[in-house]
Design a protein around this ligand. Structure first.
Ligand code: MP5
Length: 285
């Protein structure tokens, strides 16, 4: 049944292929926290280990392509991958390796074209951008923010005509759909308009703007949430709506961690977290 709660003993398996954020707010860490919160079992292929906190990116070590491939093969050999999310892929070699790994995968792929961190640090080599074409061809959904869309397509998507022109660029490269995120676009009425475009349909999601400075991790969270919901059987528009709702919740109650701007809060609504069953009789097993 679409979107039905999965049996926790047989959760859908969702794979993130992305990079580690040592600070825990974005990257693989945000992806796995999001997947857990959305009721799917998350696995990871780590492309690069960034040395990062809420202030910025101090360094990045990209794993050898053999290691990226070996991680993917170990996962693909053993698990039934219900959806893939792609995040920071760092270099042209990594992008090509991931495209090659996914050649035989035919499930949904949510592609977040991560290029520059919220902190302004570059996360994708300039020469890797062209290599992305092979991945757009595999994308069920690409999720660029307005700056990424402009860097890729040359069009800043701040009007319906510009959104449609930018979307065509992704369709020309074989993407099935694109979510042009509106968080970086100023509006007169303090709303954020996210636009889901397919070759036949355009759906807008209009929400009040959340006045957040702790936005670190929001793009990773949204794309992972959409992948999780697709894995649970949602159609694309429902998956995107759920993804936006979860991301808005994590933005509305940011985590006051670190000395920088903080990050989105995947603990929103968790309360005390898991607690032991205090009714169980002591020492009786
Ligand atoms: C490893 C990694 N992946 C993605 C991002 C982008 O996240 P943001 O733009 O929210 O900083 C990041 N900073 N680090």
């Amino acid at each position: 049944m679409p979107g039905a709660a999965p049996d926790p003993r047989t959760p859908p398996y969702v794979l993130t292929i992305a990079s580690s954020d040592s600070g825990g707010g974005a990257g693989i860490q945000a992806d796995l926290k999001t997947m857990t919160r959305l009721g799917v079992y998350g696995g990871s292929v780590i492309v690069a280990a960034t040395a990062q906190n809420t202030r910025g990116v101090e360094g990045s070590h990209v794993l050898p392509t053999e290691s990226i491939r070996a991680q993917y093969e170990a996962v693909a050999d053993d698990f039934d991958i219900a959806a893939v999310k792609l995040g920071m892929l760092a270099t042209v070699e990594a992008v090509e390796t991931v495209a090659d790994c996914l050649a035989d995968y035919d499930g949904p792929v949510v592609l977040d074209p991560v290029m520059v961190a919220t902190s302004g640090d570059r996360l994708l080599d300039e020469d890797a951008v062209d290599a992305y074409d092979a991945l757009f061809a595999r994308a069920t959904l690409a999720t660029p923010n307005a700056d990424e869309a402009e860097a890729l397509t040359g069009v800043f998507p701040d009007s319906p005509a510009a959104v449609s022109e930018a979307a065509d660029w992704f369709f020309d490269r074989g993407a099935d759909a694109v979510l042009l995120k509106g968080g970086h676009v100023a509006t007169d009425d303090d709303t954020v308009v996210d636009t889901l475009v397919t070759p036949t349909e355009t759906t807008t999601f209009v929400n009040p703007r959340i006045d957040a400075t702790a936005t670190h991790g929001s793009g990773c969270t949204l794309s992972s949430a959409v992948a999780a919901r697709l894995a649970r059987g949602d159609n694309l528009a429902d998956a995107v709506r759920h993804g936006i709702e979860f991301t808005r919740a994590t933005l509305a109650e940011p985590a006051d961690v670190g000395e920088g701007a903080g990050s989105v809060n995947h603990l929103v609504g968790v309360g005390d977290g898991w607690t032991p069953d205090t009714d169980a009789p002591d020492g009786d097993d």
